[in-house]
Design a protein around this ligand. Structure first.
Ligand code: NDP
Length: 492
């Protein structure tokens, strides 16, 4: 721990005392030297002959090698998924299908410590979050969708729901296992088979998940995993033989995929970026709001599509709120993701760190005022100090573009109408937050805001029974809840 970042010392000094390190045991996860592709129930070497190395972003340590699937590999995975669909999976009794999902959920719970450590090692997120958020929610998704498997005709009465076929699924690096669960659980519950492409920087839990599939005795080919970079994703999108594509990631790639699939008849859902407004009114409970703001933007290093990255504060409470927020920021612990005391872990990749730095520099150049608490950063790895920008104009890039890092832009408003206007002044429409003690104001705001999810007096709450998805450039289609079944079904 050497490099000390310090900007603006005008606000409260950090706490004088320190926690002793509380590292989670790393050896609970046995990482192999190499992981191949998971096709037809077996791990196979890539026909491409190519491999790449996955590193830990908190230490830059090389963790393992993983296959780079080429076009032929992707084709084989899609064929394996098709065979499994036609030869059994789509026809077994729905209650039997549910049993596999229940088994997967139970195994994830049993192996949750191992998976949490793997997630933090490979992706950089604090163990507190992978242990208490990612793993419980991933298991909950399988439990939840297991329950739907034999009730589809009640979910969609008189519509004769049928599985779509082979579902191709491309997921990002911010919640690797959780996004896998969001995608695979509803797909299997509806009787589809799957080819999943995890993100290049975070394939570890997807590879461990293939072991869970074997443990659950899932029939071969029902789940296939092809690792690789964006090129592998592009092969999957262009594959003949997919019936449905579900993508979570950047708006830029989402648009490419939409163009590629236009007119092909492949069903598509896109869950893309966001620039959520977290709106605090002057009657809100300020201490609770501060916790919600911190959770909204610094959770998972701000690598969250629905992060509350724009804070809208009513002018009359601006000063007390910002003071409280700065004080709270100075207590956040940045560092080793495997330490149970860590609040903010490592930035997922060097490329992402550069993107964050570039946008933060643009904020300073455009005239915003930066605040970063005094903070010691580890020497190795990719780190960014939790950052707050005040004096932000709506036109600044930091108020318009998705930073996908621990960076908050603060704007102010006077009236609810102005808050709505500013909240909606974005190309995105994924989520929003409202802090007020007036229920009527919450309902008034919700009616006017173009956001797929609006949290009231809380933020970043997820539940498998609750649909999630966006408007505008945040994409279309819903994941979670009964709504999340629909993209994986066809109807008479
Ligand atoms: P991408 O959209 O590139 O990555 C998402 C997934 O798509 C990854 O599995 C990626 O593979 C894959 N992919 C990349 N290019 C293609 C392609 N042409 N066809 C098919 N699949 C493709 O996001 P990035 O990782 O580049 O992050 C860039 C920015 O996107 C972030 O700064 C953030 O703003 C936003 N983002 C938003 C997310 C969200 O949840 N809404 C999640 C991740 C990023 P690979 O990992 O190998 O590149």
């Amino acid at each position: 721990m050497a490099h000390v970042e310090k900007r603006q010392a005008s606000v409260p000094a950090p706490l004088e005392w320190e926690y002793a390190p509380a590292p989670e045991a790393r050896d609970i996860v046995q990482i192999r030297d190499r992981y191949g592709l998971f096709i037809g129930g077996e791990e196979v070497e890539p026909r491409s002959g190519e491999w790449f190395t996955s590193i830990s972003p908190s230490s830059e340590e090389q963790l393992f090698e993983v296959a780079q699937a080429g076009k032929e590999d992707v084709g084989l995975a899609v064929s394996a998924a098709r065979d499994a669909f036609v030869n059994g999976w789509s026809e077994i009794a729905p209650a039997e299908r549910a049993k596999y999902l229940f088994r997967i959920a139970r195994i994830l719970q049993e192996r949750s410590r191992e998976f949490a450590v793997a997630e933090s090692l490979d992706g950089g997120k604090p163990i507190r979050e992978s242990r208490d958020v990612d793993l419980p929610l991933a298991a909950a998704h399988f439990f939840y969708y297991a329950g739907w498997a034999d009730k589809l005709e009640y979910a969609f009465p008189q519509r004769d729901p049928k599985p779509v076929g082979v579902a191709a699924q491309i997921i990002p690096w911010n919640f690797p296992l959780l996004m896998l669960a969001w995608k695979i659980a509803p797909a299997l519950a509806c009787g589809n088979t799957v080819v999943l492409k995890p993100a290049e920087t975070t394939p570890l839990t997807a590879m461990l998940f293939t072991d869970v599939c074997r443990q659950a005795e899932l029939p071969p080919g029902v789940v296939n995993v092809v690792t690789g970079d964006g090129a592998t994703g592009a092969h999957l999108v262009k594959s003949e033989g997919i019936d449905k594509l579900a993508f979570t990631g950047s708006t830029e790639v989402g648009k490419l995929i939409q163009r590629e699939l236009a007119g092909t008849g492949v069903k598509l859902t896109l869950e893309l970026g966001g620039k959520a407004a977290n709106i605090v009114f002057d009657d809100a409970a300020l201490d609770q709001a501060v916790e919600g703001i911190v959770n909204g933007i610094y959770f998972n290093q701000g690598h969250v599509c629905c992060a509350g990255s724009r804070l809208l504060v009513q002018e009359s409470i601006y000063e007390p709120l910002i003071d409280k927020l700065k004080r709270r920021l100075s207590t956040l612990r940045v560092g080793d993701p495997l330490d149970k005391n860590t609040d903010v872990g490592a930035i997922n990749s060097k490329a992402q760190l550069e993107r964050i730095r570039e946008l933060v520099a643009s904020g300073e150049e455009e005239g915003a005022e930066i605040y970063q608490p005094p903070c010691r950063l580890p020497e190795r790895g990719y780190w960014f100090v939790p950052t707050l920008f005040t004096n932000v104009a709506q036109s600044y890039r930091i108020a318009q573009e998705e930073i996908f890092g621990p960076v908050l832009s603060v704007l102010t408003f006077r009236t609810p109408e102005e808050a709505v206007e500013k909240a909606n002044n974005t190309a995105y429409g994924l989520s929003a937050g409202i802090w007020t003690e007036k229920g009527s104001r919450i309902l008034w705001m919700v009616e006017r805001m173009r956001a797929g999810v609006v949290w009231a007096n809380t933020f970043n709450r997820f539940d498998p029974s609750s649909p999630f998805g966006g408007y505008k450039e945040s994409g279309f289609g819903r994941e979670g809840g009964r709504h999340g079944l629909e993209p994986y079904l066809t109807f008479e």
